[in-house]
Design a protein around this ligand. Sequence first.
Ligand code: FAD
Length: 317
Amino acid sequence: MKVIDHIKNAKSALFSIEILPPLKGKSIQSIFDGIDPLLEFNPSFIDVTYHREEYFYKKREGGFLEKVSIRKRPGTVGICAAIINKYKIDVVPHIICGGFTREETENALIDLHFLGIDNVLALRGDAIKSEGAFMPEPGGHHYAYDLVKQIVTMNKGHYLEEDLVDVAPTGFSIGVAGYPEKHFEAPNLTADLKNLKRKVDAGAEYIVTQMFFDNKKFIEFVNACREMDIHVPILPGLKILTTKKQSSILPKLFNIDIPQDFLEEIEKCQTDSEVREVGIEWCTRQSKELIKFGVPCLHFYTMGQSEAIRRVASKVF
Ligand code: FAD
């Protein structure tokens, strides 16, 4: 079932999660171990992230440098298929612009369509480490907006090869990313929201937000979206902070703030297990407030913390 239909049919806030494919060489069991403790909350859908290749230079004999490409977390499509097969839960594979030509994007979407997957989260992806700024593949998309347009075109039965006959239209429900604290490249929140509106006007049916720890920022974001005529459901992305280190890493990685009162609570902790308790408490409070505000779904970034999510969900759902 499509995410948008789950939302339309829901009588109360839904529960959903995002998982990362395991590091290359690891078994899929780690994925199942992460999902199993959360089954009792009936996740409506499970997002599976996509991780593109990175490049690095390896020194070879004679001082030559060889450019090597690695993908640390392959397997998005396979994991989606495994989840459907094992749990019969809807999946949302993430699909990104980076590293894909339009043809490769089309082929990836054909695979998903054949697997019976009718949801995607359409994203641009970040610059790879060896590039300062995001660079599309030659013939690839610059922005998630362009990717949304390609998916919508396929949903209408138009593929890149114009003279195909008797084509089956795809039927993807498309989600896109939103940033309550602004995407780091955008000059200001209004400019970012205008770009978000472009994605929605192009056919995105819902928005999933970047993680945030301050509900005020999410509520202001929702209000700003509505003022800008963005009326699709907005799903808050939630992460439980579980170690002291994360309080300095997460703001850098995701360009978000940690509220001062939360930070003070974290700083008082002697151990990471104390931080984890504070993080669970904070996320539980956030979740309850967000449900009161009327969010359609609480979307949790698992990041290996299913047990902490289980503790939050058991107090909220
Ligand atoms: P876009 O919507 O294309 O926006 C990127 C920037 O360009 C923004 O600053 C925007 O304001 C600006 N912009 C957009 N359109 C235009 C335009 N026409 N002209 C000028 N500027 C424009 N990354 C992964 O690699 N894999 C994942 O699985 C993944 N999952 C994610 C899930 C969620 C919920 C979120 C919030 C992020 C995820 N990301 C993922 C990270 C994401 O790819 C990065 O944040 C990326 O930098 C931006 O992606 P986007 O889709 O928001 O880009």
